[in-house]
Design a binder for this molecule. Structure first.
Ligand code: AMO
Length: 446
């Protein structure tokens, strides 16, 4: 490994010799002095070189300095370099109050001088050149926040005795609605890309695992071009035994999110404020809960009738109910509960006295759905009847229905879109900004 010091550690170092490596952000090539802003994954630092434009035979150091000066004059933005030099603290330096006086400079790889994207390039153009786009400090922070968030979730799950599972992404049948299904050739036959780990995370319940989680890709052949949809996203899933209702799932879900957001605030709160002008709020528990019918009444009273085409909440309704919750409870999250069975999958448990409603919820964060959760129907006769009612082929569901024939505890869980959470947490305009490599109806590269 190159013996380099990450730039973020320089401020805490004493003045003296140092090696730094990274890519060139800017070059200011003045007659008497040259400045290079060097970036790495952790920050930026100013490098300085007293320029020597002509060889001075009387000065032994002159030849080396002249070579460095010429190298810097030809240095293109984005080139990767390694510099050894002298670190010096100097309050007058705007960038972090430190500077490195260049001793040696090695160009590791030259970048083509013409950068294909600029700050104001369209998102599509930036995605074409995603590896360059990701060099921006904001992008780097997004993925460090995501790392911290996922790590905190995993820690929480492990501390609460959840088992991590990896379920197959190649399936013989649909895992959610047939409408958004990718079909792939599979030897002589067909396979489908998993839309969620739904059936297999439920399988862990009759398997006696108790509590499970998975963080993995999910695929949806959704042709929409909205800011919240991707054809491939990361699904965060949890499922646990012995729930009395969806209320137990919501309690687990909110505790988990508090753990995730606390870690993000602690580790990145200041940077998020500096780069995005945002304060991360750790939500209080319990999150507000509003039955869907009540939520629709509230937004109607406030001047918006949710279209009646289906029984769901539309995106505008989600925005409005979130605005109401923010105003009334000062909360960024709201659980909308008790969705109609007509718009929920067959595996959601229905209300004991009212089969028109399910023990389910959607979680809204800053006005957008980030998650769906529910108690599952675990009684085989009821489950079969519900599947038939939805017009599903019991043949295709055979393996799933078997889970319920050999003993199974009551259970429930949720699925949550990782990219949606990060997008809404950091107030990003689109899921494209927070996806490492976005996949949509017309994007399969890079
Ligand atoms: P659902 O279909 O609501 O529920 O998906 C759960 C969450 O996954 C995210 N999501 C998406 N993110 C980006 N692009 C998409 N096309 C996309 N589709 C879904 C959303 C959504 O809230 N099996 C159930 C969950 C469960 O009951 O456990 C399910 O998949 O954030």
């Amino acid at each position: 490994m190159t013996a380099r010091t990450p730039i973020k550690h320089l401020a805490a170092q004493q003045d003296g010799p140092i090696t730094v490596s990274g890519w060139v952000d800017t070059v200011r090539d003045q007659k008497k002095v040259q400045f290079v802003v060097l970036r790495d994954e952790s920050g930026a630092v100013q490098l300085v070189n007293p320029a020597v434009r002509e060889l001075d035979e009387t000065d032994a150091a002159s030849a080396g300095r002249l070579a460095i000066t010429e190298t810097i004059s030809g240095l293109s933005q984005g080139s990767f370099i390694t510099v050894t030099g002298e670190l010096k603290h100097d309050e007058r330096v705007k960038l972090g109050g430190i500077e490195v006086k260049i001793g040696t400079l090695e160009v590791i790889t030259h970048a083509i001088a013409e950068t294909p994207i600029a700050e104001d390039s369209s998102i599509d153009k930036r995605l074409d050149w995603r590896f360059l786009d990701l060099r921006r400090p904001e992008q780097n922070l997004i993925f460090r926040v995501q790392t911290t968030f996922l790590h905190a979730l995993r820690t929480w799950w492990v501390e609460h005795d959840f088992i991590e599972i990896q379920t197959p992404k190649l399936m013989a049948s649909a895992s959610e609605s047939r409408a958004e299904l990718f079909e792939v050739e599979y030897f002589e036959g067909k396979a489908y890309l998993a839309q969620s780990p739904q059936f297999f995370k439920q399988m862990a319940q009759p398997a006696g695992f108790g509590k499970v989680f998975e963080v993995a890709p999910a695929f949806r052949a959704d042709p929409s071009f909205t800011s919240r949809h991707a054809t491939e996203f990361t699904s965060i899933d949890a499922e646990m035994s012995w729930v009395d209702s969806h209320e137990d799932v919501m309690r687990m879900h909110e505790e988990l999110l508090v753990a995730g957001l606390t870690a993000v605030k602690q580790k990145h709160g200041a940077e998020i404020e500096a780069l995005f002008g945002l304060e991360v709020t750790v939500p209080t528990t319990p999150f507000p809960r509003i039955p869907l019918a009540e939520a629709k009444r509230i937004v109607a009273e406030r001047g918006y009738e949710v279209p009646r085409a289906d029984d769901d909440m539309d995106p505008e309704g989600e925005r409005r109910i979130a605005a109401y919750v923010k105003e009334e409870f000062g909360h960024e999250f709201v659980f909308l509960t008790d969705y109609a069975s007509s718009i929920r999958p067959f595996y959601h448990m229905r209300h004991e006295g009212d089969p028109g409603l399910t023990n389910s919820y959607d979680l809204i964060f800053n006005g957008v759905e980030i998650s769906t959760g529910a108690q599952r129907e675990h009684r085989i006769d009821v489950l079969e009847a519900q599947a038939r009612e939805k017009g599903l082929d019991p043949e295709e569901l055979g393996f799933y229905l078997d889970f319920f024939r050999y003993g199974v505890p009551p259970h429930g869980g949720f699925g949550m879109g990782l990219q949606r959470v990060i997008m809404l947490l950091l107030h990003q305009p689109s899921i494209r900004e927070v996806t490492y490599l976005f996949r949509g109806p017309n994007r399969l590269t890079p």
